[in-house]
Design a protein around this ligand. Structure first.
Ligand code: AMP
Length: 420
């Protein structure tokens, strides 16, 4: 039998209910904060990611699914969403109407990483991006929105980590200091980091190899190199978080694996996930719009790891499940043809109905109704039809009563609406 590819997964209907609930919660909260949905393609030119995420990052160096597409050259299954959202912002001149734009997007991303718990090759993200706002208030607001989102999903065991990567000016001085440190620590670094310390020293800061992590504990801190403007900006973010009572940890190693970040970076971590402990991450990318050919516009965004969120939320699909309002149990062919019409009428009217079309015994139909969690069962046999009635059973109270079959759909609709 052909199995799915390692690192990929099916999301089965009973799990989808939880996914839908999370998605609905995100849409409703983000839209209240003024975000609009944007949908972007899954395939893009490989160059878009190389230029934005950076040539010397793990993602671009070894994790992208890239393949030739005839004359179009190399195309890539998107490893993240920000680059595409920025491309769309520029390509459609969305800044011309109003440079301030807030978008969210939900969908699959692809990275050829070593699969393990919480790390997949196709995974899903919920992204939010804000263009055109420089103020640290928006940085803090995004973190506030994230924390609120997690609390709505009963995910409370979280820790917010923040850092500032400064601007080009402060980064230049920091990179010099870091390079000096790295050449002295070179013996302790992994082969990738030895190479990176020459080309892109910042990347060494978030290497997960234990010996590199140990060596980097002594590394100079970017926070000691922030220029006055970046320092004031970072203090602004911290002050607002304090005002909103959002606890945070300052983490000077938080550089977040992608080259485009400037100033604030943040990550929401959880203790419930083992090594893959980040459930969301983001930051400012004030120079990316210009780098990709647009106007100079500041921007900031985040991505939530949807799969990881599903794994840690205490909400269970069973609590959210779509249960039928009514199960129609028809006994005999004549009843079935009448009940079938009622069933369709219920569904059209937005009442969740279920009907067993296989002509099974009343006992097995009742069992199925119970298993599906139906609130009511309507039992219709030949005898009931002759008497012009059907039996409505409340599955919670176990009470049942005969009701006339004329206008039955309306009668039951009324009964159900009174219950609400
Ligand atoms: P990033 O785009 O790398 O900043 O990641 C943002 C979030 O996406 C992370 O905090 C994770 O929760 C999630 N994520 C990233 N890579 C994976 C993966 N391979 N499998 C599952 N979730 C992931």
């Amino acid at each position: 039998m052909i199995q799915l590819i390692r690192g990929f997964k099916d999301i089965l209907p009973e799990e989808v209910e939880l996914w839908q609930h999370i998605e609905k919660t995100a849409r409703s909260l983000f839209e209240d904060f003024g975000f609009k949905e944007i949908r972007i393609p899954i395939l893009e030119h490989a160059e878009l990611f190389a230029r934005s995420i950076g040539e010397d990052t793990d993602i671009v160096e070894k994790e992208m699914y890239t393949f030739p597409d005839g004359k179009r050259g190399l195309i890539t299954l998107r490893p993240e969403a920000t680059a595409s959202v920025v491309r769309a912002y520029i390509q459609h001149s969305l800044y011309a109407k109003d440079p301030i734009q807030k978008f969210y997007t939900i969908g699959p991303m692809f990275r050829r990483e070593r699969p393990q718990k919480g790390r997949y090759r196709q995974f899903y993200q919920i992204n939010a991006e804000v263009f055109g706002i420089d103020s640290p208030l928006i940085d803090a607001q995004l973190i506030f929105m994230l924390v609120t989102f997690f609390s709505r999903l009963s995910v409370t065991e979280i820790e917010t980590h923040i850092n500032s990567l400064g601007c080009h000016k402060c980064r230049r001085d920091f990179k010099d200091a870091l390079s000096i440190f790295l050449s002295a620590a070179s013996e302790k670094l992994c082969a990738d980091c030895k190479r990176r310390s020459q080309r892109n020293p910042l990347r060494v800061l978030d290497c997960k190899v234990p010996s590199c992590k140990e060596a980097m504990a002594e590394a100079p801190s970017i926070l000691d190199y922030l220029c006055d403007e970046c320092s004031i900006h970072f203090n602004g973010v911290k002050n607002v978080l304090e005002k909103f009572n959002i606890p945070f940890v300052i983490d000077s190693l938080l550089v977040r694996g992608l080259d485009y970040y400037t100033r604030t970076t943040f990550e929401i971590q959880t203790s419930s996930l083992g090594t893959q402990n980040a459930i969301a991450g983001g930051g400012r990318y004030d120079t990316l719009v210009k780098t990709l050919g647009g106007p100079a516009q500041p921007a900031i965004g985040f991505a939530i790891g949807f799969d990881r969120l599903v794994e840690i939320t205490d909400l269970k699909s069973a609590d959210l499940g779509q249960k039928p309002d009514i199960f129609l149990a028809a006994l005999g062919e004549k009843s079935m043809s009448i009940v079938f019409e009622w069933f369709c009428a219920f569904c059209v009217d937005g009442i969740k109905a279920e009907l067993d079309l296989n002509g099974r015994s009343l006992k097995s139909q009742m069992k199925r109704a119970d298993r599906l969690g139906a609130e009511y069962v309507l039992i219709v046999g030949e005898k009931e039809l002759e008497e012009g009635s059907a039996i409505l059973r409340n599955m919670n109270t176990k009470e049942q009563a005969a009701i006339p079959i004329d206008d039955i759909v309306e009668r039951i609709k009324k009964e159900l609406s009174q219950k609400d």
